[in-house]
Design a protein around this ligand. Structure first.
Ligand code: TXA
Ligand code: MG
Length: 320
């Protein structure tokens, strides 16, 4: 059986250089032993990911990263102590222990402690970090349950550790300490307001880029894309162009009149941005399986996790 909750088996496979999909609170990751360059190379092949796009390494304690030679400055340590384990990734000066294929030869490496009980237990069993991008083919929507991984990568992974649905549902927020001033590289599952409160300063957001800069390819404008074209905007505007039966929607807290209700995905009937984040990627996959010509997503309030949700929807809609 490829899917299960056997952490000893997962640890053994990782030690052998195999690929294991792991649950995290954000999205499922496609993990390999980060100290094994061949195993890491296999991740790029399976995901069809450009080799210039660096990977995040995961472990269960700050001390392990320090022992592997990664250095935290004062602010980075503050964030690590406040939010790890949790949906945040820190980009820090790398160490010679990390094979260059992991971070695509950059002078910094991304580190994360995922907050998922099963994966924390697994990471405690092993004495190496795991490199893990989201467990989806490059460019498609990230997986938030084991079935999503099975649907797309069944033949490519050696084991899927099933930890249930991801409760945050958006990838980690990425903060770079590659330069002295902290920079936000990706909106994600930890609201930036909380991070700024701990740092007592505003983050530099100038590094969030929308072009094809190879420094942070997760920032490529087209990303997280459904196969059915998705647009972000007011649903009423598209009713002039499309027949209601050809429209699928992703709405915030209530469905839109006129469009058949079974073609509408409501992210958060309770109106909470956390609920919307948890449901977003599964809703995008469901919308992609409707027999419609266009998916219209309604922008969410631009605060807290709404910023990250709108960011993902914007990237999914790029060029449409
Ligand atoms: O929540 C997450 O972060 C999930 C789970 C599995 O941990 N992982 C994830 O990985 O989203 P991935 O590979 O899909 O996205 C990682 C992002 C990419 O945009 C990559 O460019 C950026 O992190 N990144 C990784 N290392 C970097 C580095 N050294 N400098 C700048 N950006 C980096
Ligand atoms: Mg990804």
């Amino acid at each position: 059986m490829k899917v299960g909750s056997n952490i000893n088996l997962a640890a053994q496979l990782l030690a052998q250089g195999k690929l294991v999909a792991i649950p995290t609170e954000t999205v499922y990751g496609l993990a390999a032993n980060a100290f094994n360059a061949n195993a890491v190379a296999h991740i790029y092949t399976v995901k069809k990911r450009p080799q210039f796009n660096p990977l995040i390494i995961h472990s269960n304690t700050i001390e392990k990263f320090i022992n592997w030679g990664i250095t935290f400055n004062k602010d980075a340590l503050k964030l690590a102590e406040a939010f790890m384990p949790g949906p945040i990734t820190l980009v820090l000066p790398t160490s010679e222990n990390i094979p260059q294929i992991v971070n695509a030869g950059h002078s910094a490496v991304a580190i994360r402690i995922p907050n998922h009980p099963l994966t924390l237990e697994l990471l405690a069993l092993i004495d190496f970090p795991v490199a893990a991008p989201s467990a989806n083919p490059s460019g498609y929507v990230s997986p938030t349950n084991a079935q999503h991984v099975l649907n797309q990568l069944e033949n490519e992974v050696d084991y899927i550790l099933d930890g249930g649905p991801c409760n945050v549902g958006l990838e980690s927020t990425i903060i770079s300490f590659a330069d002295p001033t902290p920079k936000l590289l990706r909106y994600g599952g930890l609201a930036i307001e909380l991070i700024e409160n701990v740092l007592h300063k505003k983050l530099d957001k100038g590094a969030i880029i929308n072009n094809d800069d190879p420094m942070a390819p997760g920032m490529l404008s087209k990303h997280y894309a459904t196969k059915t074209p998705l647009v972000l905007g007011q649903i009423s505007n598209y009713l002039k162009i499309y027949n209601p039966k050809d429209i699928g929607t992703i709405c915030f807290n209530k469905p839109f009149d006129i469009i058949p209700e079974n073609q509408q995905l409501v992210l958060a009937p309770d109106g909470s941005l956390e609920t919307a984040a948890t449901n977003l990627f599964a809703a995008m996959r469901m919308a992609d399986n409707l027999n419609v010509k266009i998916i219209i997503a309604e922008p969410l309030p631009n605060q807290g996790l709404g910023l990250a949700i709108n960011d993902r929807l914007k990237r999914a809609s790029a060029g449409n």
